[in-house]
Design a binder for this molecule. Structure first.
Ligand code: PLP
Length: 375
């Protein structure tokens, strides 16, 4: 937390606007929309709420299918289930780790052949990097299928020079605890369609009709962000470019210090845009390195340092085991070999140096074994 977040939070507190509405909510929405380059934004309790409302606005309902990136966090697919629809998963592209546009085209053709064109596609911008939206749009266009952009992990990224969040018909952001902008919990739904954002705000306020009494014509949700948390978000938004720079610095420093290790590869950056490098992600090929990612993760854990495996693909999750999947081997391999290194915006050079030293120590026995075997 910086000084500006603290000042705005105390101001909200002192003003007594302790509610899921208020001047900071309105200002946060305006400022966020300006940052992302969209006309309107709805501040919500979570990124999950934003995705849920996006699908509601697109009319997704029981019996529908929605195509979802296979390699993602469960929230991207859970929202499909909230609406009684079925997620259909499409594997990741090896070069970007995001949804594979060629496989997406195949999946769309196959679903259409079965007489069930999906109601929407949820494309996820993984680990701070945008999916390839021109190719996704080209795949979706023949079927008129709209794209929802799950930009939860990608605030501050760009695609072909434009900010993440402007590529989908609707886009969702998360301000959860570990995100580049965090309000401890929160989210934002953005769209070029202001009417949808107005509707989203109403749905998020228990769908209360504009009447002096409490009147409701449809089912609504309690999804509005509190004025206190919006104040924190406003402060953090001012520091967004510094935070992106800090995350990219983490990535560059790790690559410089660990890039020579056998079997280690860093997440590629797509030529289509700037990744925020929200998390520094690597894959470790145990055949080349002699050590698998679990061994590295456990060594770090013993030193009280948290590193996490990459997301486990949705088609491998028991809860989604019945859902259709196109491809699946790329995501599976990334999961089996991938690790997210500590990547906070406040990570100091000394912290990184310690992490690097521990990793190099864990690799040393394997390297020397390799050297003996090779000699
Ligand atoms: C890809 C992705 N989608 C959706 C979400 C859900 O966001 P939230 O935790 O704010 O509900 C997250 C993060 O938590 C995420 O990483």
């Amino acid at each position: 937390m910086g000084t500006e977040e603290r000042r705005l939070l105390l101001e909200a507190f002192d003003s007594n606007w302790i509610a899921p509405l208020g001047p900071h909510v309105d200002a946060f929405e305006r400022e966020f929309a300006t940052t992302v380059g969209v006309p309107a934004a709805a501040a919500l309790t979570s990124g999950t709420a934003a995705l849920h409302l996006a699908l509601l606005l697109l009319g997704v309902g029981p019996g529908d299918e929605v195509i979802v990136s296979d390699l993602t966090f469960a929230a991207s697919a859970n929202v499909v289930r909230y609406l009684g629809a079925t997620p259909v998963f499409v594997d990741a592209d090896r070069e970007t780790w995001n949804i594979d546009p060629d496989l997406l085209a195949e999946a769309l053709a196959d679903r259409a052949r079965r007489g069930r064109p999906p109601k929407a596609v949820i494309a996820v911008d993984l680990y701070g990097q945008c999916a390839d939206y021109d190719r996704i749009s080209a795949a979706c266009a023949p079927y008129g299928v709209p794209t929802v952009q799950d930009a939860s992990e990608a605030l501050g990224a760009t695609y072909k020079g434009r900010p993440a969040g402007t590529q989908g018909l609707l886009a969702a952001f998360s301000f959860n605890g570990n995100k580049i902008l965090t309000t401890s919990g929160g989210g934002m739904l953005v769209s070029a369609r202001t009417d949808w954002i107005v509707e989203a705000r109403q749905l998020a306020s228990q769908a209360r009709d504009p009447a002096p009494h409490y009147q409701h014509s449809k089912v609504g949700y309690n999804y509005r962000l509190s004025n206190l948390l919006a104040a924190i978000g406003r402060g953090q938004l001012l520091a967004l470019s510094d935070r992106v720079a800090a995350r990219r610095r983490n990535f560059a420093a790790y690559r410089e210090a660990l890039g020579d290790l056998p079997g280690w590869s860093f997440m590629p950056e797509a030529p289509t845009g700037l990744s925020t490098r929200w998390l520094t992600c690597v894959t470790i090929d145990p055949r080349q390195s002699g050590v698998d990612r679990e061994a590295i993760r456990e060594t770090l854990e013993r030193a009280d340092i948290e590193a996490r495996p990459l997301w486990k693909p949705m088609h491998m999750q028991p809860v989604f085991s019945e859902c259709p999947i196109y491809g699946g081997t790329v995501g599976r391999q990334l999961f089996e070999t991938g690790l997210c290194l500590p990547s906070g915006s406040a990570l100091m050079a000394a912290d990184r140096a310690r992490i690097v030293e521990i990793i190099r120590g864990a690799m040393a026995p394997a390297s020397s074994r390799g050297a003996v075997a090779a000699s």
